[in-house]
Design a protein around this ligand. Sequence first.
Ligand SMILES: Cc1cc2nc3c(=O)[nH]c(=O)nc-3n(C[C@H](O)[C@H](O)[C@H](O)COP(=O)(O)OP(=O)(O)OC[C@H]3O[C@@H](n4cnc5c(N)ncnc54)[C@H](O)[C@@H]3O)c2cc1C
Length: 380
Amino acid sequence: MTNLNYKKEVTVVGGGLAGLAAIKVLLKTGWSVHLVAMDSYFTFLPLLHELAAGSLPIASLRFDYHSFLQANNFKLTVAQVQQIDLAQHCLITNQEKIDFDYLLIATGSHTAQDKIVGSRQALTLNTWQQAEMLAERLDALSKQGSVINIIGASFTGLELSLEIAEQLKRKKQKATINLLHSHVRLVPWLPEIGHQIIIQALERQGINLYSPERVVAIGPQYILTKTGHYRGDLNILTTGITPNTAILDPALVNDQGEVLVNNYLQVRGQVRVWAAGDIISLGERAIPKLAQTAIQQGRIVADNIIKQQSGRPLQPYQPRIKGLFIALDKMRAVGHINHRLIHGHWVWFVWRTVYFFNIPGWKNHWRLAKIWTRRFLGRH
Ligand SMILES: Cc1cc2nc3c(=O)[nH]c(=O)nc-3n(C[C@H](O)[C@H](O)[C@H](O)COP(=O)(O)OP(=O)(O)OC[C@H]3O[C@@H](n4cnc5c(N)ncnc54)[C@H](O)[C@@H]3O)c2cc1C
């Protein structure tokens, strides 16, 4: 059955990796897109730790939507969606009410702050504003003897601690960096040898790793764990994420706050409402919350909306993890491709190249190439 009664326009809430991947496909095929986003910039989150550490300028990872989406069939409204009214087919925002026919919800996630007492006193890293604040706070630390506690040694915690350590060395600023993790194993998806490579990088940069060490409370200048007390001039929380789904009817989300979707990524019980990225749950099947899965899902949603409109069968979503990398120090990275462990400088370059091609807009590519080359030459 076709849906010719509906305009070929999709309203997208959230212009992160999933939303943007869908927008690109839709615009290319002549659909109109109305993006409702919290600010006028797209932020490439996987590089946020480098902005936070002060080693990359903001122009490397924050791009004005209008710098790469200039089509006449693209409209941007900068507003915060406060509620999605599925019965009335409209969004209630802090600016205006917006009606929709087709809707993609791609609002991403933020650091979970409900698991540790006093979490809100710690800094978190989800937006460019938070990264800039972190960079300012690092800059303001005294030159000698400051203590930085990073709570959670997953992707973000590891990459951030190594980047901060390297940057402080470059600036000849001395600080103690403690990295605290609740489990013995830092990155469960890497084999033991990969784990050892990470430990060596942390040792090389003089980072104190405490694992397993469960943080139970965070104060203004300290943290408490099950076994002790750590002084902290800067406490940074990077322990897991919570989906941004408070704008939805609670009946549509599970206990973890994820939106339940079917195999085609339609919100359960809805025909023209879709969801993608960090916010979704497929039920039994766990989906890694990653840049690559968000991009794949955004594309599938766009394809399925186009198919639905013309009455063709929809395509089910199958998560595909092509490879995973963690950036280490000294321009090295460790990870796997098709379950084969890889590490070293070349992995870092491959990892950067993949990111490079996920940055939107050719003009931005040139700008980025210049910034990264300058930075690379500066380090050698
Ligand atoms: C610091 C950091 C490092 C990461 N590193 C890696 C990595 O190395 N590799 C990897 O694969 N993944 C990494 N990730 C995860 C990856 O970035 C996410 O999985 C991916 O961005 C999810 O895409 P998304 O579109 O669902 O959400 P996002 O990219 O977060 O986009 C969501 C968008 O929705 C907007 N929004 C939210 N609420 C509203 C609202 N109410 N109204 C309007 N707009 C709203 C937000 O402002 C945001 O622009 C990292 C994430 C972070 C935070």
